[in-house]
Design a protein around this ligand. Sequence first.
Ligand code: FUL
Ligand code: CA
Length: 504
Amino acid sequence: MKAKLIFQTIIIFIIFYSCQSKPKVVLPPDPYGPVPDERQLNIQSLEFYGFLHFSINTFTGRQWGFGNESPELFNPTDFNADQIVKTMKAGGMRGVILTAKHHDGFCLWPSAFTEHSVKNSPWKNGKGDVVREISDACHRNGMAFGIYLSPWDRNHPDYGRPQYVKYYQNQLDELLSNYGEIFTLWCDGANGGSGYYGGANEVRKIDNTTYYDWDYTWKIAYDLQPKLSIFSDVGPGTRWVGNERGHAGDPCWARFTPVSKNDKMPAPGNVDPKYNYTGQIDGKYWIPAEADVSIRPNWFYIPQDDSLVKSPEYILGMYYETIGHGATFNLNVPPDKRGQIHKNDSIALIRFKKLLDEIFDDNLAKKAKIKASNVRGNSEMFSEKNLTDGNKNTYWSTDNEIKEASLTINFNKPVTFNVIDLREYTPLGQRVWDWAFDKWDGSKWIEFAKGRAIGLRRLWRSNNRISTKKIRLRFSGPVCPAISELGVYAEPVGLTVPPVIKNN
Ligand code: FUL
Ligand code: CA
């Protein structure tokens, strides 16, 4: 009896104390403004991927085929999908986008809807399928696979008429049904003009705001591919950054309202690129920028470009100005006439990746003590430790009423750095509007950088290295911040990053 009483008392104590020490529930902040959907979270997570411009142009030396090229011209001598995909991967990319069809209309897969394809090429006796081989190689090598299907088709006899739009949709259906998971569909804005058009050899103009019936065409695509994010001048997944030179605006908001360049509605091929470049602080939709640029002067391989491949340091500069401004980075690496990546491009990519590793492998902030001016509900769930755990899904946040907050990073002994890396927890929207960084000079804080917007990622980088024991990062915005990752890095000594050329 006595034993039973003691036992009961112990149980009551245990229950009482476990109730006492139970952590209080602290809710996450409410999302603010537009937020990414699942499709966008998927493409955002890739961050860096690459175009493969490869087609009949590779064999004619043209950049925009007229549409009258014979399929017999397509004949890679030593096509090797693994070499291509592995090279892109070795360069740090997480996906590739293949030009399944460029403006000349030649199809890299044996489409049932046209004769203008690989099935009439000598390559593999007409039994080849580049889309199949590249998509398989992607899946084998853990790379995402995407498709460029040019809306403009200079070969098709019906281009400009309603029948062609049906043809385009049929081809989308083929590509999105038969080649596994597709992460992005790339819809280019260049459309209408002169072409072969089945022998008509004329100029055909279309109204790019209505002709392709994009809402319906994209619905077909979405229905076939649950993770598909669509790229065009207006999104809806990612938007064109407004140039093809590898730089995004500063700031470059993921928030965006497409703006037309005339009195018609905005559409692929009908936007004012200056808004694409920066987005808008009050943009209505979540449509982050994607920056597409070629590693060579041209999109398709020509031997004259062999000596003009961008250097690893230049690619790094573009990385800072695209990914580092919150955009995704789509770097074109065109296979040559063999059907492989030329050694000059592959050397540049591998060296570039080595630079990335040298810079980003050692996060100085991991060894520092980080103290926030406020932690949401004083809860572990939202504490500073989330900033350096390498997990994009955990974040530091503050109480709702704290819209100005800071992080002090105390290194204990002086460190030297020239790169700061920040990511917002984007499922809650873009919440930081302004940021500023200070260094401790021994007696006071001195501001060394400031700017607007973080979003997917913000990389601040300087030619001048800073040595200090403490830095302070200040943030402000219309609501409390939610920052998922923070890094402080030093580039290798002696590295020179040339400025990205913005106006050629
Ligand atoms: C442009 C095209 O006209 C170029 O040839 C290239 O494919 C580039 C990526 O998109 O709009
Ligand atoms: Ca984290």
